[in-house]
Design a binder for this molecule. Sequence first.
Ligand code: MLC
Ligand code: AMP
Length: 506
Amino acid sequence: MNDNLYALFESRFPADRSACCIETHTGQYYSWNDLHHATAKIANLLTSLNLPAGSRIAAHVEKSPEALMLYLATIRAGYVYLPLNIAYRAAEIDYFLKDAEPAVIVCSPGNFGWVAQSAFKSGTRHVFTLGEAHNGKNSGSLLQRAAHHADTFETAVKQPDDLAAILYTSGTTGRSKGAMLTHDNLASNAKVLQDYWQWQPGDVLLHSLPLFHIHGLFVAAHGALLNGSKMIFLPKFDSADVIKYLPRSTLFMGVPTYYVRLLADPSFNQEVCGNLRLFISGSAPLLTETFIDFRRRTGHTILERYGMTETAMLTSNPYAGERIGGTAGLPLPGVSVRVAKRDGVLCTAGGIGDIQVKGPNVFKGYWRMPGKTAEEFTPDGYFKTGDVGKFDAGGYLSIVGRSKDLIISGGYNVYPKEIESVIDEMAGVLESAVIGIPHPEFGEAVTAVIVSRPNAKISEAGIIASLKTKIANFKVPKRIFFLDDLPRNTMGKVQKNILREQYKNP
Ligand code: MLC
Ligand code: AMP
């Protein structure tokens, strides 16, 4: 018995492996055979590097079918996949490479110079490139080198508890933590979702999410791979492209911003969605208003689910039963979800408390942070999600807030502490507070409030321009405000609730 997740996917490939597995927006088709052979070639290349067992393979690449193949080849070869948001800049990549010490990093050809520098500083010996060439096909040294290797590969034997991937989640202290996910974490969650969302023969997934977070990689792509279903791959979310390909799809998944943007397009209507079986939303709260508008416009009821990097999916509205807007649905089969007060006493229906979870999907811990890992679990083994919620009498969970100081903008998490540290280092800044304020499209907009040093010559535009060179663009505050002092409570803690209230209608 091989518990390698790739072996599970292979066992679910369609009988006709010449069928289409991935179609791209540029009209390229990849069959299941192509997928199997390409992952074999890349797995052979990785194996030929004589890497130690458990080596991390980092990917900082644009979305493409080959990027998915790199992921699959990594787990097939028994290594650990480490995806990195393509928006990350040099200082962010430096941190991840130092912390995870990957043996290999694959980057976009255009970023080779600075990524290679970062790799050599941190001891990552192998740097390959993967990216789009002028002819619209993917190229780079990864594929060039892999081309010389055999297209068969015996999938490495793995135990359920072996690591498959490390995904970094930003930390409340400003230091990102690598969540270690095992083959069984991912396999168990994918199987549950296949069943719960009633994936069917003939399903076609329209895939427009990024591949470096669990939503696009584990929830969306795993679903299609496990079901032997075709994916239509878009390089990124774009309303016009999605509207173009929806009539040939049966399933669509996205963050709430995608649904807001689709509804803003007058050509998005019932006819466009005629072939759709299911629309799924997650990663951030879906406004009830969006849920209702979507139903009115398309006749479809969005299915909202809830999860996080450390745990994959936890709760979901039902496929067949009632989907209630503003709720994240019911605990998935095999997943135990409870709501507890600060003193540990469990809440009954209607009671608000911390959401804690347990199940085969819950991660193994934070990479090289045993102390932090221990802190995040209760003595009886429940993981503290940092989300605050309540169950209704029917067992539906609503997420009412977060105990972690986190902003979710367009489905990306931004930790204020990280941004504050970068701003505080800038000349002319005395101190800063970063908050999330409601935003019609992104859900929340990152916003900074700065106290400048006496006579400092700093401006909103200057700070924003400087931040863009230092941190990923989605983390850069949309607005910056200046105050003489930050409001503090008697303990000296900045009262962010006052700031949020003050700037909610900028
Ligand atoms: C891009 N921009 C954002 C942003 N994304 N600003 C705030 N929040 C975001 N999420 C800004 C850029 O900084 C840039 O600003 C401008 O928008 C154009 O950049 P872009 O890259 O062209 O934007 P666009 O392609 O339109 O991207 C927006 C988006 C994208 C919503 C399509 O952010 C996206 O795909 N989000 C999904 C994230 C996701 O997959 N989350 C799942 C995490 S897993 P400027 O000023 O430089 O022009 C998880 C667990 C779970 O949470 O439960 O699923
Ligand atoms: P990440 O750390 O990027 O995996 O983000 C996980 C966080 O996203 C969760 O802890 C929640 O705060 C949030 N999240 C995910 N799905 C939902 C949802 N349906 N409603 C509200 N918040 C969500």
